[in-house]
Design a protein around this ligand. Structure first.
Ligand SMILES: Nc1nc2c(ncn2[C@@H]2O[C@H](COP(=O)(O)OP(=O)(O)O)[C@@H](O)[C@H]2O)c(=O)[nH]1
Ligand SMILES: [Mg+2]
Length: 264
């Protein structure tokens, strides 16, 4: 059976690892097969037990000691060193995943992974025939029109980088008031409402420049699939799953393998 590889990417602290843990639980409760993969060599702790773990091959801590690097240098070097082990990781993933979802948690600092050559190579090696990106952002830091728009820019640059089906997931909605969530939902339903608000914020030359930039992401904002979840409360996962199914299976529900049926 074909496996579906989902790369969970996003800024530091947006909740990638928590999302992987919570979505894995959700899949498990729904008897949908999956495995989890940790690709963060700097993770001190993961809120799930990874089936495949890059830290078996390389950790930022070892690299820091061995090459006498500071923490930032060690993170970059350890992600680069991951490339040396990518074929072993791929083998392990293929052995563990008997079809179903392969949830891949990526390094805390997204720039070392998403915007460097080694990250792109790792993705190219590990992406099976069916793959996608879950781009996780922190909804609690996206409340104003301009910060929401900045997240759209970030999302578009990730899309430009990986060129894969992408779900933009605003996480931590448990930290929003009902009114704040409603406002964000409106910006997604009608990007024009967001653009109108942004236009009002701007003046003079700045306005000209910014409106040019915004125009560039207008089409993107309109065609994007955006979701609002709380990984803490396991909220919003049905819609994420439905979209993944739509991308991966053309809308058909995932076939639960024989060995899982009827098991308690
Ligand atoms: N309130 C709330 N906190 C969350 C949620 N998801 C993650 N967090 C917290 O955000 C912080 C960063 O999460 P983590 O998964 O480590 O982020 P990562 O760096 O993207 O992997 C942790 O303290 C999490 O407990 C959520 O849905 N709601
Ligand atoms: Mg993490």
């Amino acid at each position: 059976m074909t496996a579906f590889t989902l790369f969970v990417v996003g800024p530091a602290g947006s909740g990638k690892s928590t999302f992987v843990a919570a979505f894995a639980d959700w899949l498990s409760n729904n008897e949908i097969p999956f495995i989890t993969v940790n690709l963060d060599p700097a993770a001190e702790y993961t809120p799930y037990v990874p089936d495949v773990d890059v830290r078996a091959y390389v950790t930022a801590r070892q690299v820091m000691e061995e090459y006498e690097l500071g923490p930032n240098g060690a993170i970059i070097a350890s992600v680069d060193l991951m490339l040396n082990h990518v074929s072993s990781l791929k083998e392990e993933i293929e052995e563990s995943a008997s079809g179903g979802y392969v949830l891949i948690d990526t390094p805390g600092q997204m720039e070392v992974f998403a915007f460097r050559r080694s990250g792109a190579e790792v993705v190219r090696e590990l992406a099976g025939e069916k793959c996608g990106v879950a781009f996780i952002v922190d909804a609690a830091v996206s409340k104003s029109p301009s910060s929401f728009a900045s997240q759209l820019f970030l999302a578009s640059s990730v899309y430009y980088r990986f060129k894969m089906p992408q779900l933009n997931i605003f996480n931590k909605i448990d930290l929003l008031s009902e009114k704040e969530l409603e406002e964000m939902l409106e910006w997604v339903r009608s990007p024009q409402a967001l653009f109108n608000e942004l236009e009002r914020e701007l003046a003079g030359e700045e306005r000209l420049m910014m409106m040019g930039l915004l125009d560039a992401i207008r089409g993107f904002a309109e065609s994007f699939s955006t979701y609002f979840v709380s990984s803490k409360l396991s909220k919003g996962f049905e819609d994420v799953y439905a979209e993944l199914q739509r991308i991966f299976r053309g809308g058909e529900d995932f076939e639960v393998p024989e060995y899982l049926r009827g098991e308690t």
